[in-house]
Design a binder for this molecule. Structure first.
Ligand SMILES: Nc1ncnc2c1ncn2[C@@H]1O[C@H](COP(=O)(O)OP(=O)(O)OP(=O)(O)O)[C@@H](O)[C@H]1O
Ligand SMILES: N[C@@H](CCO)C(=O)O
Length: 305
């Protein structure tokens, strides 16, 4: 592509996502139809990166780090740009907000520079930045993603991606408390008991196979995690109760979304009102306000608008 035909401005629509899906820690990710839009505008000169508005400043460091990684990987000359992030994905609630920013910046710079990195190359860079490929693969590629990394280097190696039917709904309760992934990873233990690992692998493998083959009846109570939820969920008052109440009200199963603070129930279409009400009531018992959203899966991943 000639330099002359490159755009000066680009907007990316990037889906939020739920990751881990219980025991698929750092491995399973599922894109949801809730979006942020990341707009990048090339600066007239220089290599400065600036937030377009005051409210975008919280993303400054993340955008700078992402841009640095992009320019290095794409081997293109750095240029300055401004950025803004708009949309519905609540920050620090376990719905992949950071990946909407990282994915949007990577794909945006790909467009502005004409570098033409593939989507899998973008996932590879995003995985290096975040340290895990679950949200990265879901946000960039869409659908339900089982992502694989090199066990020695943690380099992203590839993904098995399954589109998810809109018969399934994801009822997400986001309590009013922010939970940063960095802090939420800090509460995890250094070691895991052998049989906690065995039980977790059993649940993650069963869940992925049942979802991929649309054997939905077998998803009931299918999520049992011993890797991260026992350490994180107690930090969210009535978080476990909200998931259990959703299941009693008709959901198939549920989990802590990403690193929290949202909790999520997976249900067949039609039961979302009862499930949402039950989840909201569980948080109301401990006087925690929460926003309840009923979402379906996004099967497209990020898009240039
Ligand atoms: N709309 C936004 N504008 C700018 N930066 C944002 C925005 N949303 C999120 N961020 C950045 O992402 C950080 C939150 O990322 P974090 O990984 O802690 O949570 P998350 O991505 O919402 O959750 P999870 O990774 O568990 O799904 C914020 O501190 C901020 O730096
Ligand atoms: N797998 C990650 C997702 C959050 O980005 C975690 O649970 O920490």
């Amino acid at each position: 592509m000639s330099q002359l035909s490159l755009p000066d401005s680009v907007t990316l629509r990037v889906p939020g996502s739920t990751s881990n899906c219980g025991a698929g820690f750092d491995t399973l990710g599922l894109a949801l139809q809730i979006y942020n839009r990341v707009t990048l505008k090339r600066a007239g000169s220089g290599s400065e990166i600036t937030a377009s508005r005051e409210e975008d400043a919280r993303g400054q460091k993340m955008v700078e780090t992402t841009a640095k990684a992009f320019f290095a990987a794409a081997e293109v000359e750095r240029f300055g740009f401004s950025f803004e992030v708009n949309g519905e994905v609540p920050p620090a609630r376990g719905l992949g907000s950071s990946m909407t920013v990282i994915g949007g910046v990577l794909a945006g710079l790909n467009e502005l520079s004409g570098a033409r990195l593939s989507r899998h190359q973008l996932v590879e860079i995003a995985n290096e930045l975040e340290g895990h490929p679950d949200n990265a693969s879901a946000a960039i590629l869409g659908g339900f993603c089982v992502a694989r990394c090199d066990p020695k280097t943690n380099r992203y190696l590839g993904v098995v991606r399954v589109p998810i039917s809109d018969e399934l709904v994801f009822v997400v309760a986001s309590p009013s408390v922010e939970m940063l992934t960095k802090e939420s990873r800090g509460v995890l233990p250094e070691r895991l008991s052998y049989f906690d690992a065995v039980k977790s692998i059993n649940s993650a493998a069963f869940f992925a196979a049942a979802l991929a083959t649309k054997d939905y009846a077998q998803l009931r109570y299918a999520v049992c995690d011993f890797m991260h939820e026992p350490y994180r969920l107690p930090r969210i008052p009535n978080g476990r109760m909200a998931i259990d109440a959703g299941i009693v009200a008709g959901a198939l199963t549920g989990w802590l979304s990403g690193s929290g603070s949202s909790v999520l129930c997976l249900a067949m279409r039609g039961s979302e009102a009862a499930v949402g009400q039950a989840m909201r009531s569980a948080f109301a018992e401990v006087k925690i306000a929460c926003e309840v959203r009923t979402l379906i899966a996004d099967n497209d991943g990020l898009k240039v608008e």
